[in-house]
Design a protein around this ligand. Sequence first.
Ligand code: FAD
Length: 518
Amino acid sequence: MVKEIQLRVNLIEEHKENVLLYKASKQLGVDKSEISAVKVLRKSIDARKKDTIFNYKVAVYINEDVPEKSAYLFDYKDVSNAKEIHIIGFGPAGMYAALRCIELGYKPVILERGKNVQDRRRDIKAINRDHIVDEDSNYCFGEGGAGTYSDGKLYTRSLKRGDVRRIFENLVFHGATEQILIDAHPHIGTNKLPKIIQNIRENILKFGGEVHFETKVTDFIIKNNKLQAIRLQEGKELPVNSVILATGHSARDIYELLHKKEIRIKAKSFAMGVRVEHPQEIIDKIQYSCTSERDALLPAAAYSLVQQVNNRGVYSFCMCPGGFIVPAATGSGELVVNGMSPSRRNNKFANSGIVVELDIDKDFKKYEHLGELRGLAFQKDLEKIAFLAGGRTQTAPAQRLVDFVDGKLSADLNETSYQPGLKSAPMHSLLPKIIGSRLRKGFAGFGQKMHGYYTNEANIVGVESRTSSPINIPRKENLEHVDIDGLFPCGEGGGYAGGIVSAAMDGERCAEAAVAKL
Ligand SMILES: Cc1cc2nc3c(=O)[nH]c(=O)nc-3n(C[C@H](O)[C@H](O)[C@H](O)COP(=O)(O)OP(=O)(O)OC[C@H]3O[C@@H](n4cnc5c(N)ncnc54)[C@H](O)[C@@H]3O)c2cc1C
């Protein structure tokens, strides 16, 4: 017999061996000797009160063995000689589109402008050390897309858009730890992602798919509203049937190409702001109500904050406990920050984007002449301002948090995880008022919600500009572009995802749609 029950364990109990077995036996009134296993299905930590509680959902196996096999099977077929589906971009959307094509018996041909994970590492190093940004190989472009050197948080709100569990099981199938199936806020970590991504690529190749790195798509050949071929940077033209366009939100050249060719795109609202960095110890003390170091069984504490300021949401985005701020620009002359963390989240800093909701219909009057590219142009301008304020390198402009709110240039800055370094800058006057003034009020409000958060021991670092796509590529109900037959806009770049898992789910759906059209 198998019984699913909830167990509450406090911090002292959590240190004890077999605590779940004891608690399950007591709660069910079953002798321990009759319990063959207690399998954890879900684990979350509730640190809202002084005594931290670990909440478990467990399956208790009474005189019964635990089944070894997952309920999810990934049945990949040899597709070497099957019909081709072209996929542009090998981020989470492109990878999961490719895997789904193989399951359905079609051959994915992937075209990726960046390099494989190993070679990409060198370019990442060059950004951090030499401030050189390769426009095809960086924190956003290359094998695994923006998901590779990311935090690998797998939390998603897009539960209705697909089978989240299937994506998690597939990640485990390709080498992720089973812990991601259990944790309420699963996380892989940037140190583990490259190997999983490499395993996915090897599987695609093993079953007959093709992956072409350093292969940039620069044009679409369209006749009578039907996509006929794609042109590569080197000039070669590839005839195509169905194309999944999964180029992510940083492929600005793709948006500009679509706009130039009068292929319908639509400006959409997005959010922008800064990244804030505290010593992790401060966040731990606030969240776990502890006076000294956090307990060894507790993970680096996270937070999630939101506040309405002048009718707009100001909120934390992509919070990285025990992580690093990274330079996420995709071209020279721009400065963009984002965050990531290793699997153990053991760095001494906690960082998070703090961003302001922008309204595409109200906030970009100055850019209106640019039509659907207006949000993108605003994004670009702010990234340029940050680049100039940082000193025309990847050194980022920064300010102490309270100084920012008080409108005072910081005489010096706190230590940081951001490898290219920080330069003190008047962020309060550099940021457009629509963002800056709301951020200042938002931070002061956050300080009231989390006592100790609003402190000059934190830096704000600019700019967090790529939270989501400023463009939507519209599609029909069958997921094909509204005007162009054979083109399937997909993932974050299309405006259909906001993270690794939602991009992966959209990739699967687009593969199914592309197959249905063939
Ligand atoms: C530093 C960082 C940390 C992040 N942390 C998290 C996190 O913890 N959790 C989370 O859910 N999300 C996180 N994200 C966001 C997440 O990575 C993205 O939402 C996700 O990768 C989007 O997937 P995608 O496949 O749609 O696009 P992308 O991952 O952007 O992939 C697009 C791919 O297309 C390629 N491409 C672009 N143009 C062309 C072209 N013309 N020809 C050929 N190839 C092209 C690019 O090189 C890229 O590899 C993070 C992002 C960054 C940058």
